[in-house]
Design a protein around this ligand. Structure first.
Ligand SMILES: Cc1cc2nc3c(=O)[nH]c(=O)nc-3n(C[C@H](O)[C@H](O)[C@H](O)COP(=O)(O)OP(=O)(O)OC[C@H]3O[C@@H](n4cnc5c(N)ncnc54)[C@H](O)[C@@H]3O)c2cc1C
Length: 440
C-alpha cells in the first residue's frame, strides 16, 4: 500500500491560504483531507438542532466536492478523534498527519493524545500556525511574560508585523491531482441524520472579504447596531476558517486601523487562553473568584428572553435568540447588565452565548465576558457599571435597533425595568468592593 499524508481540517474549512494544508501538499506524499465530527464536542451540545453543525456539515460537503473535482478523496467520520485515528492507521499507511494549531484547552489535550497514538504507529502529528498572526509566546512583554495590557500587546504586535506574515499560503495552487490521493472504497461520509442532527440554517454572509466601502467606514458605523452592515459580520467565517484571517488583516491594514485593532484583540484573547487555560472556567483575577453573585434564576430567564425592560439589552438578546448573532455593542450592553445590574455570574452568560452564538469562540467569548465582568487579565475596572440610558442615547439614538427587535416597544405589553439602575449600580459596586476587600 502506498503511504499517504492526512490533512486534518478543524477550524480551517477552506482550501485556499491554509498553512497546514500547503505544508501537507508539499510533503512529497499524496494527501488525503480529513474531517472528524468530534463526538467529544458534539455530544455536549444542548440541542440536536444546531446551526453551527449544519454550517460545518455544508462546508465539509463543499470541501469534499472540491477535493473530488481536483482528483482526490476527502474522508469524514463521526466519532472520537483517538478512535478514528486508531482505525485510520490500521487501514492506511499513514506517514504523517498535518493540521493547524488550535489554542483551546480541550484541543491541547486532544492533540497530545493523538500525537502519542500516531507516534506508536510510526507517524507524526505536524502542527502549523494558521488562525492567528502571532501565537503562544511570539509576543511577550519585556519580562518575557504574556502581556496583560492590550495596549502593550498591540504595540508589540504591530512592531513585529512584516508583510510576509500576511502573505497567502499557496495551498489552492498545490491542490492538484498529483498531490492528492484518490482512495477506492473509502467509508461514506456521515449525513446529518446519521449523526442525529436536524438541519437548521441561520443566515450567514458570504465567506468573502467585506465591501471596501464598509471597511473604510467601519470606525464610524461599528457602534451603531441599528444600521444594516454596521460591521463586517465575518466572525463566523473567522471562527470556522472559511475566511482566512490573513486576507481580512491585509484589507484592514490597508483601509482601516480600527478594524485591524479589533482583529488584534482576537489574536490577543487566543494567546491569553493558550497561556491561561483555566480562564475558560474561572475568573482570571483571583480576587474576584468569590463574588457573592445573586444568581436569581427568574431574572436570568428574563435576561435570556429579552424581557428585562432595558431596551438595548432586550433587543440584543432577541436578535441573538432569533439569528445566532448580535452586534458587539449589544453584546457589551447585555453582558454588562447581566453581571452588574443583575449580579449574575459571568459564567452563566458565557454559557448562554456559547449555546446560541453562531460565531461562538471560547477565547473570544471568555475573554470578552471577563473583560466586561472586570475579572479578566485585561478588564474594564470592576466598578464600571454602564448606564443603559446613556448607552441607548449614544448607540441607538433613533431607537432603530430597539424597534427592529422589540415589536411591542412603547406599548403597555413591553416589560417594566426589572431593576432600578441607580440601585443596581450601587449594589454592584458594594458587592464587588466587598469581594475585593475580603481577599486583601
Ligand atoms: C460578551 C461578549 C462576547 C463575545 N463573544 C464572542 C465570540 O464568542 N466569538 C467572537 O468571534 N467574538 C465575540 N465577541 C467579540 C465581538 O463582539 C464579535 O467578534 C463581533 O461582534 C462579531 O461581529 P463582526 O464580525 O461584524 O465584527 P467586526 O466588528 O466586523 O470585527 C471584525 C472581527 O474582529 C474580531 N473582533 C471584533 N471585536 C472583537 C472583540 N471585542 N474581541 C475579539 N475579537 C473581536 C472578530 O473576529 C470580528 O469578526 C464577544 C464580545 C462580547 C462583548
Amino acid at each position: 500500500m502506498k503511504k499517504i499524508v492526512l490533512f486534518w481540517h478543524r477550524r480551517d474549512l477552506r482550501q485556499h491560504d491554509n498553512a497546514g494544508l500547503a505544508a501537507a501538499l508539499q510533503s512529497g506524499y499524496p494527501v488525503v483531507p480529513l474531517f472528524i465530527y468530534d463526538r467529544e464536542i458534539l455530544d455536549l451540545l444542548p440541542s440536536r438542532r444546531d446551526a453551527r453543525v449544519t454550517f460545518i456539515y455544508d462546508e465539509v460537503e463543499r470541501l469534499s466536492q472540491q477535493t473530488e473535482q481536483a482528483g482526490g478523496t476527502l474522508l469524514a467520520y463521526y466519532g472520537k478523534p483517538l478512535e478514528v485515528f486508531a482505525q485510520l492507521v490500521r487501514q492506511y499507511e499513514v506517514a504523517a498527519v498535518y493540521t493547524n494549531e488550535d489554542y483551546e484547552p480541550y484541543a491541547a489535550v486532544r492533540d497530545k493524545a493523538v500525537a502519542e497514538l500516531l507516534q506508536q504507529a510510526g507517524a507524526e502529528l505536524r502542527l502549523y500556525k494558521d488562525q492567528v498572526i502571532f501565537a503562544k509566546k511570539e509576543i511577550l512583554s519585556k519580562s518575557e511574560t504574556p502581556p496583560k495590557v492590550f495596549g502593550a500587546y498591540s504595540k508589540a504586535w504591530l512592531a513585529a508585523l512584516r508583510d510576509e506574515h500576511l502573505l497567502p499560503y499557496p495551498s489552492r495552487e498545490l491542490f492538484t491531482a498529483e498531490n492528492l490521493a484518490q482512495l477506492a472504497g473509502a467509508a461514506p461520509r456521515p449525513t446529518l441524520e446519521q449523526m442525529n442532527f436536524e438541519r437548521f440554517e441561520q443566515e450567514v454572509p458570504a465567506a468573502e472579504l467585506p465591501a471596501e466601502e464598509l471597511v473604510r467606514n467601519y470606525h464610524l458605523t461599528r457602534d451603531k447596531p441599528g444600521l444594516v452592515n454596521s460591521s463586517t459580520r465575518r466572525s463566523v467565517h473567522l471562527r470556522f476558517g472559511t475566511l482566512s484571517v490573513r486576507e481580512l488583516m491585509q484589507q484592514a491594514r490597508a483601509l482601516n486601523p480600527k478594524l485591524l485593532n479589533e482583529l488584534i484583540w482576537r489574536d490577543f484573547f487566543m494567546m491569553l487562553l493558550w497561556h491561561f487555560p483555566d480562564m475558560a472556567t474561572e475568573s482570571y483575577d483571583p480576587r474576584l473568584r468569590r463574588v457573592p453573585y445573586r444568581n436569581n434564576e427568574a431574572e436570568f430567564r428574563a435576561w435570556c428572553e429579552g424581557r428585562t425592560g432595558y431596551p438595548l439589552v432586550d433587543a440584543g438578546m432577541r436578535e441573538l435568540n432569533q439569528t445566532g448573532y448580535l452586534p458587539n455593542r449589544a453584546r457589551i450592553a447585555a453582558a454588562g447588565f447581566l453581571v452588574k445590574h443583575l449580579l449574575i455570574d459571568w459564567r452563566w452568560g458565557d454559557r448562554y452565548f456559547a449555546d446560541k452564538l453562531l460565531d461562538y469562540d471560547m477565547a473570544q467569548n471568555v475573554g470578552n465576558w471577563q473583560w466586561m465582568a472586570g475579572t479578566g487579565a485585561v478588564a474594564a475596572p470592576w466598578f464600571r457599571v454602564y448606564s443603559p440610558q446613556s448607552q441607548q442615547e449614544q448607540y441607538d439614538p433613533a431607537w432603530a435597533y430597539v424597534r427592529q427587535w422589540i415589536p411591542e416597544f412603547g406599548t403597555s405589553q413591553y416589560a417594566k425595568p426589572i431593576v432600578e439602575h441607580k440601585f443596581a449600580r450601587e449594589r454592584a459596586i458594594s458587592t464587588f468592593r466587598a469581594a475585593y476587600q475580603n481577599q486583601e
